[in-house]
Design a protein around this ligand. Structure first.
Ligand code: ADP
Ligand code: ZN
Ligand code: ZN
Length: 859
């Protein structure tokens, strides 16, 4: 970098104000095409020349406003003639580390996203920046009216003030219009200032016993039993500890008194109440039993032998742990983190969804109690900002969180763990950049020299493909661990069972303490046969028997249902035939508003057949059922059963999900009915039956990942059964029992599935053999959506011909499978090729199109 940094290249916060494209000051970069400008240059005032460094959060003038911006780089010259000064430094410490700046540049480029979106996605989201209009005196006024004079006098006397404050002082209708005129005449100058992030430290009242309190006889309070109770509680709490502080709320709760009682004691001088600053701790109020790491199993030991050298030498490398649920992956993450911390490094642990992984969080909290920061999307703004600052200031060494935790500003990052790496929640869905956390993690590790550990029982096809080709190191944990002998005995006792002979294998010499166990047996039930046998119920005979048996034995069952795509595809109930698009090989979707079947890839329309094209049956129907219907069916079958429902619609407090889970864990219900969420990592020892009500809903989604998704879900759900000495079984109901994803899932055969799926992808030309780029258009006007899409589709085809790109294909345009979200219609165009982004580089897309590179689905 050059010697004197006189100019700063700044990425201005964009999500402010009415428009994302505010009018720009003239002669600033990008004046020719303002919407294309990514950064702006400002001059650095002399006294800040040493303080303004890349990553710094500053105030800059932007048109008539003052906006927050992040410094990307500094230089001795600027590419534009005129620059304005940086106005202020918001935070003396940089908010982005140097490697994060590099990462942001990569994000913007790879995901074809605006640079400001990439840069600002690294800063904690949800921090409010409030815009405020400031007014001050301008030129001398020429014959102002009486009212105008009042305003000018006020500004002269008090100095600049906000428009809000002026309104408070001058109550008058039409003030806004009058001010507008004064501004136009130049008498008053207006400036827009943005405030934030303003988070006041949180404090709480704490109670401390006065020195003389202990000597004061409790008997003196004999007429005030409540005060007496408080005093004796505090004496008890602080026995042996001088000056112990107990939160006031805690005292009131424990003793069962109101605050007035404590106040009275304070007035007597027996205790004092003070305010103490507290960190907003998302883990507060929870107990963590610190745990000792167990001795590794032979499988874990083998994996560790590959991992350890990379951790020791801080060599950038990506590992994929392919291990069935319960095979000890988390234990390896914990050990790797401990190793990294021991060497002075730091780590990020990514989980698919915090609210669904409370047990995982607890395990990390138990192992690293003081050094953990949890970034939770449900944290309040203040909590999130507190945690972020703790991390930035070096007070946390382990950060655990969902996808955005990848942007935690850890200066000594050495390890990134991505648990359940195949999960779709790792793809950012809402706003650009539409990044995939796995790709970001791999890039980040490349920039920082960190190690990446990806873990899954059902790795993403693309990830496994890379591992197979040697890009990632593959570690296998093929067997499930049954936990400690000690905990087995404990479980047996807790469950009130006799010690039983177990289906276990010893680990080998030195590992007598823990055991491997078999994966649960999976039964695939053919629903077509059920129908032929006259069973029209939602549950097959096998599932009915299974439920009955589980409840008779006082055990628990999970019924899994995949609601996505319900009532949308058309299937023959006799032969299981599903209507497919002959061209795209994806299922056709029924739309009852228009009465035809539609292909969401190529827009082909097909009349709804009256009879099944395969077996001529007339029993063709739309498929799907909701969790409520399943709950109802359980009640009809087993009137005494206690059913708990868990799906995405569950509302309530911020811990609603955890509460449901806890209730089920405490055996307050016999059957848990749920959607995808029940498939996540839960350890439920009493669950001996898992029933998949219908495996077909995901299988028939018109998406190239439908089979992969189905296999993953079935495997994950099946992994919920038989996690304890009670054993367990899985029943999968389906109309497509021969489909390879169902067959492979029922045999716990990832490899088998992977081979077939890879072949399918190769034949159809889908990833990992090609790359996709999805262009999405959304609009409240259906016709406009269609028009725009058809026009862009044509333009893109012309461009391909012009550029001579033979391996590039345009799929569509067509309406999306999810054709309308919140009143807006959705159309898409999919580009397919080795590098589809080539088509868009240096060529501005028409407004309104969203670019999704490597889309995780085409729905
Ligand atoms: P995964 O992350 O693959 O699902 P876990 O790490 O959660 O697997 O391990 C499954 C269970 O086995 C947990 O209860 C864990 O405490 C236990 N466990 C893991 N490793 C060992 C070990 N080496 N010895 C004994 N128990 C273990
Ligand atoms: Zn049929
Ligand atoms: Zn088609």
């Amino acid at each position: 970098m050059s010697s004197i940094a006189r100019f700063a290249e700044v990425v201005v916060h964009s999500a402010l104000g009415r428009s994302t494209r505010p009018t720009l000051p003239s002669l600033v970069d990008g004046a020719a095409r303002p919407e294309l400008a990514q950064t702006f240059h400002y001059s650095i005032p002399a006294h800040w020349q040493n303080s303004v460094v890349p990553g710094l959060l500053v105030w800059v003038p932007f048109g008539p406003r003052q906006m927050p911006g992040i410094v990307l780089s500094t230089a001795s010259s600027a590419p534009v003639e005129m620059t304005r000064d940086i106005l202020g430094i918001i935070d003396p410490q940089p908010v982005l580390t140097p490697y994060q700046i590099e990462l942001a540049l990569w994000l913007a480029q790879y995901y074809h996203a605006p640079l400001h979106s990439a840069v600002w996605s690294m800063f904690p989201s949800g921090i409010s920046w409030q815009a405020e209009t400031m007014l001050r005196l301008g030129e001398a006024a020429v014959s102002p009216s009486e009212q105008e004079y009042r305003i000018l006098a006020l500004l002269r006397e008090k100095g600049p003030m906000s428009a809000k404050e002026l309104e408070r002082r001058i109550h008058r209708s039409g003030l806004g219009r009058m001010l507008g005129q004064m501004i136009r005449k130049g008498w008053v100058l207006r400036e827009i200032r943005v405030r934030g992030p303003q988070v006041r430290p949180k404090t709480e009242a704490v109670v401390r016993l006065a020195a003389r309190a202990e000597h004061e006889s409790l008997a003196a309070l004999s007429r005030a039993p409540k005060q007496r109770a408080v005093l004796s509680y505090l004496c008890q709490q602080s026995s042996g500890q001088a000056a112990l502080e107990v939160p006031l709320s805690e005292v009131c709760k424990q003793v069962g008194v109101t605050r007035t009682v404590v106040d009275n004691l304070a007035r007597r001088g027996l205790l004092s109440i003070d305010q103490r600053e507290v960190r907003r701790d998302p883990l507060a109020g929870r107990q963590f039993v610190t745990t000792e790491p167990p001795k590794f199993t032979t499988d874990q030991e083998a994996a560790w032998r590959s991992l350890a050298p990379a951790l020791e030498s801080a060599r950038n490398q990506v590992f994929l742990i392919h291990g069935v649920t319960g095979s000890g992956k988390t234990e390896i993450y914990l050990r790797a983190l401990a190793e990294v911390l021991r060497r002075g490094g730091q780590g990020i642990v990514l989980v698919p969804e915090i609210s669904l992984t409370p047990q995982t969080i607890r395990r990390f909290a138990a192992r690293f109690p003081q050094r953990l920061a949890v970034l939770h999307s449900r944290l309040s703004e203040g909590e999130r900002y507190d945690e972020w600052r703790r991390i930035r200031d070096g007070l946390a060494d382990v950060v655990i969180g969902p996808r955005s935790a990848i942007f935690a500003p850890l200066p000594r990052l050495r390890l990134i763990v991505l648990d359940e790496e195949h999960e779709w929640t790792y793809k950012q869905p809402d706003a650009p950049p539409f990044y995939h956390t796995r790709e970001v993690a791999v890039k980040l590790a490349d920039l920082t020299g960190a190690v990446v550990i990806l873990g899954s029982a059902t790795p993403d096809i693309g990830t496994y493909y890379r591992a197979e080709r040697g890009q990632y190191a593959l570690l296998r944990l093929p067997q499930r661990i049954m936990g400690h002998q000690r905990s087995l005995e404990q479980q047996t006792a807790e469950l009130g069972l006799e010690q039983q002979p177990l289906q276990v294998k010893a680990f080998g010499p030195g590992f007598e303490d823990a055991r491997y166990m078999e994966m649960p047996p999976v039964e695939v039930v053919d629903l077509r046969a059920e129908l032929r046998a006259g069973n029209r119920s939602m549950f097959s005979r096998a599932l009915q028997r299974g439920l009955q048996a589980a409840l008779d034995a006082n055990q628990q069952a999970i019924l899994f249902l995949n609601r996505r795509g319900s009532a949308s595809f058309v299937m023959c109930r006799d032969c299981g035939h599903v209507m497919h698009c002959p061209r795209c090989n994806v299922s056709l979707t029924y739309h009852d508003d228009v009465q035809y079947l539609l292909c969401h890839h190529c827009n082909r329309r097909v009349a709804l057949p009256e009879v099944c094209p395969q077996c001529s049956s007339r029993r063709i129907r739309f498929f799907g059922a909701g969790t409520q219907a399943v709950e109802q069916a359980v009640h009809e079958l087993l009137p005494g059963a206690r059913v708990l429902r868990w799906d995405r619609d569950v509302t309530g407090g911020k811990d609603a999900h955890e509460e449901i889970l806890d209730r089920f864990l405490r055996h307050e219900a016999d059957v848990l009915v749920g959607t995808q969420m029940v498939a996540k990592s839960l350890d439920l020892p009493l669950v001996t039956l898992v029933g998949v009500v219908s495996a077909d809903t995901t299988l028939q989604l018109p998406d190239f990942r439908a089979s992969e998704r189905t296999f993953q879900l079935l495997t994950q759900v099946a992994g919920r059964a038989g996690r304890s000495i009670l054993g367990g079984k899985v029943i999968i109901q389906t109309y497509a029992p021969q489909h390879y994803s169902i067959q492979a899932a029922s045999q716990h055969d990832y490899e088998g599935f992977y081979r077939q799926e890879l072949e399918f992808r190769r034949q159809q030309g889908y990833p990992p053999f090609t790359r996709l780029l999805r262009l999405l258009f959304m609009d409240g006007d259906a016709r406009r959506c269609e028009r725009e899409s058809l026009a862009l589709g044509q333009t893109l085809r012309d461009r391909i011909a012009l550029m001579g790109l033979p391996d590039m294909h345009v799929i569509g345009p067509a309406p999306c499978f999810v054709g309308r979200i919140r009143g807006r219609y959705r159309w898409q165009i999919v580009l397919r090729g080795t590098d589809p982004a080539v088509l868009l580089r240096g060529w501005p897309l028409p407004l309104g199109w969203r670019v999704d590179v490597d889309p995780s689905s085409l729905l």
